[in-house]
Ligand binder design. Structure first.
Ligand SMILES: Cc1cc2nc3c(=O)[nH]c(=O)nc-3n(C[C@H](O)[C@H](O)[C@H](O)COP(=O)(O)O)c2cc1C
Length: 318
């Protein structure tokens, strides 16, 4: 039975600052660059199908091995069948990760229609069974990422208390309902209220920017889970507000690319990096003219050539 205190210990250290799971973005290279900037960040993987982990001959071997710097790593999975979650958990644990997170967050239509993701907030019996089955089968802690509720926040506390009773060790709450989808303002009142009612740590997700913002919003919570503000700006994980120089950005951009080169096959390592290049440089108007080339970069040599030109151009203009 999972009786692991990992999350309680992290909460005591005051360091639950987490990189959010982000499909197509928070791959091994992204996680490694975030950990290079702040080793205290806890990284969550993108979500993977529990059924895929169990049935695919290749998925687990492709996505679960990770670099030492990424530890302690949390793997997020989605699905609907408690038995599949249990089998997937047993496989995942063998890869030396620190925990498994269950996606009860995703509002995508096809996900919800097939009773995955945020539909587990209403299919509660299955949700609790999933956690119990997993917690009985592995030693690593099971956590849940969810939303305020389906239509409103009314069931948040009750639902979370059940999750806690079913052995969940951490709850991340995205501050909007399923109905709000990706729009509307977050409502944090209920997350603060929830923290009062639970023994396990609660972290907040949605619309957190930098250290000053964390401090304004923290109150009784156990820190934050962040994605958007870290995209092209891993310095947003610094425990102080920091604006990197162009030089630092170019260095980190290259380092991120090298992590991608080391962890991916074929051309995917560079194709996946293109969206990051543009984002890293978005606040430097002087580099706008390089954008077209950055979204077509094909090799590390080509990237180095462009980085060299950007560096010189900006030196000259300064
Ligand atoms: C394209 C896309 C992919 C996402 N993938 C996942 C995912 O795999 N698992 C998950 O729990 N959340 C996922 N999210 C949600 C993010 O983890 C996070 O909740 C959201 O970006 C809000 O946090 P932020 O305000 O810090 O950006 C995704 C969001 C988007 C837009």
């Amino acid at each position: 039975m999972s009786s692991n205190n990992f999350w309680q210990e992290q909460a005591k250290k005051w360091t639950i600052i987490a990189l959010a799971p982000m499909d197509g973005y928070t791959d091994s290279a992204y996680r490694q660059i975030v950990k290079t900037i702040n080793p205290n960040v806890i990284c969550f993987t993108e979500f993977f199908s529990a059924d895929g982990i169990v049935h695919s001959k290749t998925l687990a071997k492709e996505v679960l091995p990770h670099a030492t710097i990424e530890k302690p790593l949390i793997v997020q999975i989605f699905g609907k069948d408690p038995e599949m979650f249990k089998k997937a958990a047993i496989i995942i644990e063998q890869f030396g990760v620190a925990g498994i997170d269950i996606n009860m967050w995703c509002p995508a239509k096809k996900v919800v229609k097939s009773w995955h993701g945020s539909s587990l907030m209403i299919n509660t019996e299955t949700a609790f069974k999933i956690i119990e089955e997993m917690a009985k089968s592995v030693k690593i802690p099971i956590s849940v990422k969810t939303r305020l509720g389906r239509e409103n926040w009314e069931n948040l506390v009750e639902f979370s208390l059940w999750l806690q009773n079913a052995w969940a060790k951490l709850i991340t709450v995205h501050g909007r309902t399923y109905k709000q989808w990706f729009s509307g303002n977050a409502d944090w009142t209920w997350i603060y209220e929830l923290r009062k009612q639970l023994k396990i740590p609660v972290i907040w997700n949605w619309d957190v920017t930098d250290y000053d913002d964390w401090m304004k919003k923290l109150q009784n919570l156990d820190w934050f889970m962040i994605w958007r503000s870290s995209f092209g700006n891993p310095w947003s994980f610094f425990p102080w507000v920091y604006k990197p120089t162009l030089d630092e950005i170019l260095t980190v951009m290259r380092q991120h690319t090298q992590f991608s080169l080391k962890t991916k096959w074929d051309k995917k390592w560079i194709l996946d990096m293109r969206k990051h290049f543009v984002q890293y440089l978005h606040s430097f108007p002087g580099v706008k003219e390089f954008r077209k080339r950055l979204v077509l970069v094909n090799s590390l040599e080509e990237l180095d050539e462009i980085i060299g030109k950007i560096g010189k151009l900006v030196d000259f203009r300064a």
